[in-house]
Write a protein that binds this ligand. Sequence first.
Ligand code: NAD
Length: 696
Amino acid sequence: MRIVDYAMHGGCAVLTLTNPPVNGLGFDLRRGIVAALDQALADAQVRAIVLTGGEKLFCGGADVREFGSPRSGQEPGLLAVIAAIEASSKPVVAAIAGVCLGGGLELALGCHFRVAKADASLGLPEVKLGLLPGAGGTQRLPRAIGLEAALDMIVSGRPRPAARFEGSALLDAVVKEGELLPAAIAFAERAAAEKMPLKRLRDVKLNAPGADAFLQFARNNVKAANRFLPAPAQCVEAVAASASQPFDEGLRTERALFIGLMNTPESRALRHAFFAERAASKLDVPAGTPLREVRQVGIIGAGTMGAGIAMVCANAGIPVVLLEAKQEALDRGMATIRGNYEATLKKGRLSPAQFEQRLALITPTLSYDALRDADLAVEAVFESMEVKEKVFRALDAVMKPGAILASNTSALDLDAIARLTQRPRDVIGLHFFSPANVMRLLEIVRGAATAPDVLATAMQLARKLGKVAVVSGVCDGFIGNRMIARYGEAASGLINQGALPQQVDKAIEAFGLAMGPFRMGDMAGLDIGWAIRKRQAAAQPGKDFADVADRLCEAGRFGQKTGAGWYRYEPGRRDPLPDPEVTRVIEQWRADRGHTACKIDATEIVERCIYALVNEGARILEEGIAQRASDIDVVYLNGYGFPLHRGGPMKYADEVGLPNVVRALRRFAAEPGANPALWAPAPLLARLAAEGGSFN
Ligand code: NAD
């Protein structure tokens, strides 16, 4: 089949795009559209033309597989394709079903008429990649639906159902029932028979009284809401041009703004994040690895994580058996789940019927017998090898052959857990993040013995659960927590050197993280780290695990939950207030340990904290714990609040330039008393920097 299928229906030529999966507008398709258009224009039998993607989807926009390649710039570009369609002497009708996004909508806007299924999804999502619609979308959409509505769609990037545009110049007909194509062909034939004037949006004079005031208001709002991202503000400027400039000049303005955005680090970061997420789901397992079916899930432990994971499964329509050791704990877990669903119900984000359905999918139990039919078990009991051992032995005894046994452990050795069973090939880690029903990230931990089909099944399940999954090898803390430990060490080192918590947090938040390390610590609770350090000190006598946070904990300052930690908190409030008492504790600590305080600026604070992440990330990559640098970025963007506009720690290091990162690390490593494990550049990082390479 040709990439644009050409068929005659009476006097109507139907041009059908056939470039799976989403009719991405790559070079071959663009050329194919123009060729088919020329064929129709040259044929005297053809009175009208329908351009469509069939009954399922119209076009998802640019072909992402072509991004950055020479073919993406090869003529005919999308602008030329659209110009050819718009100039056609015969009426061209876009017949739109399913997705009609980005370049796809711009293509449709170039047609003279548009007929859409009511549930088709129309949108210009370019802003989500740090760009703006660059093929006339910012000039034609306002002429079709008005300045305000167009601006909202372009700045938010959110698609809208076609039904919403009934009666506007965007759609000439909305098909609510039955097939799209017969309706579109009938419309096209009528347009030809009645000699309807061809509507070219470029010729529409945009009537927008009060545009200046509205645009100024929009500029202010958009700027305030997008501190770190230039694209939304540029979208406003491009749309503004549709009101103030003639069409062709507006197109040139749009193009110039588009090219400007293409070269920003923010857009590079957003595009990187997009591709990184796609890459993360690709596994190094043999092609055609069969998947195991997961029709029912057992969850062991109904605490914080178990209850959340049960909701994640129920939300995806998967029946769950939730097992606890004691009735009270089971009741508590079920009450948490019910309470969470009730809150969602109250907010109107769940219908009463859905509420009942979700709860009905979760069956509480105290008996392992109830797990006989489960295809997968997720263990989420206390973080203790002794407890996990009991659970895994029981699971091994009761679960059917071929069932998958997963652990949600954060730090225990998954391979040791696997060895507790007679079926280590069926054991895997599913490391959800808290709250499990909210956080998008899932680390899939691949043990030494984990079978390829178990890994592939876990990845497929993650997709079904709406999670972004990254595969990690077995090590202490896996990808995310192993790196965050280094970040914590760097932050704590800054306090020793002379910084105050509020200074560190301010610098990190200005860099773009939602919360600096000390505010984060107060939220999570300082007692957790304190307990770990005490355990470590007992296990390794003679080694120094002491931290200034110990002194805060000794004074009962565990963070938000005790009203004081690195900051103080007014009763019932969560805004962190700098506390002179903390400054005093820190100064005393420095004096006792013989640290001399120096002045540290924001740049160095960011360098130390972020490069500590990068350096550990490089080790993780070199050890093969992560498959790709971009996987590490996916972990940080989705599980640790790393700013999207930086693209993740590894991408950020690439942007800074690896030689610069290495130079800073060497400077930190050369300081008296510096910890080489933290600051000595990882061999992979040093090598890439020397070779002029990059992580991505
Ligand atoms: P939790 O203390 O809230 O819940 C543990 C639950 O397991 C309790 O309800 C307990 O009654 C139950 N339990 C204990 N022994 C059991 C047994 N033998 N059989 C059945 N149930 C039993 O703990 P949590 O925070 O939900 O953590 C659970 C696991 O998830 C741990 O391995 C933890 O490291 C990991 N994890 C926690 C987080 C987090 O942020 N809380 C994040 C990721 C992973």
